[in-house]
Design a protein around this ligand. Structure first.
Ligand code: GRF
Length: 217
């Protein structure tokens, strides 16, 4: 039985598209059952529908600061679609501790930095200001603290002297599109185990050739 996934978006939905594409494969252990946006103008909605995925809007604006009321409507939609797992993909709204608790171990997020470095807004600009030579992206389980939570998978990219936040973001985005589907695959296939706050993935190691930056040739 494939795990049923809801992708939550607020914007263009490029990670959503990468997840939809990966999940279209017969052997992928999850199916994208619904895409939910908290903004009616999210470009990702049309992209989802073009792929034949049901896409719905639950406008969060009218709920103002009443997060619980928004989440009650969201939860009803998740129940209706019999959702097992949630993937946040550029979803720009914080959850209550209750909602996070309810989905503990079943809600994933992607963040464009190597967490725990540079959580929060504009992580690419934060990375450039810090002068790091390697940055990347992180898929993690969602916990009550923003951009924290057990790390499932990371992908690294080099940072170059002449990078702008936009250029670095583009390079990181390409690695996001690689790791998010793979992280979902591991979770949906039951290959991720939590030891305290640490994710273990059944002995699956990363590629071992390393990344050096700047690389002297
Ligand atoms: C991505 O950079 C993701 O890491 C961050 O928000 C951005 C969403 O982009 N959480 P997209 O909507 O998936 O194109």
């Amino acid at each position: 039985m494939k795990r049923r996934v809801a992708i939550l978006i607020s914007g263009r939905g490029s990670n959503m598209a990468a997840l939809i594409q990966a999940a279209a494969a017969q052997e992928f252990p999850a199916e994208i059952a619904v895409v939910i946006s908290n903004r009616g103008d999210a470009a990702g909605l049309e992209r989802a529908r073009a792929s034949g995925i049901p896409a719905v809007t639950i406008e969060s604006g009218p709920f103002g600061k009443d997060r619980a009321a928004f989440e009650a409507v969201l939860q009803a939609a998740l129940d209706q679609h019999k959702i097992d797992l949630i993937c946040l993909a550029g979803f720009m709204r914080l959850f209550t501790a209750e909602f996070v608790q309810r989905w503990q171990g079943r809600m994933l997020n992607i963040h464009p930095s190597l967490l725990p470095s540079f959580p929060g807004l504009e992580p690419q600009a934060q990375a450039l200001r810090a002068g790091v030579k390697i940055s990347g992206a992180t898929v993690h389980f969602v916990t009550a603290e923003t951009d924290a939570g057990p790390i499932l998978m990371q992908g690294a990219v080099t940072v170059r002297d002449d990078d702008t936040p936009d250029i670095l973001a583009e390079r990181i985005l390409a690695i996001e599109h690689r790791i998010y589907p793979e992280a979902l695959r591991l979770v949906a296939a039951g290959r991720v185990r939590l030891e305290g706050d640490i994710c273990k993935t059944a002995g699956i190691a990363g590629c071992d050739d390393g990344l050096v930056s700047p690389a002297v040739t």
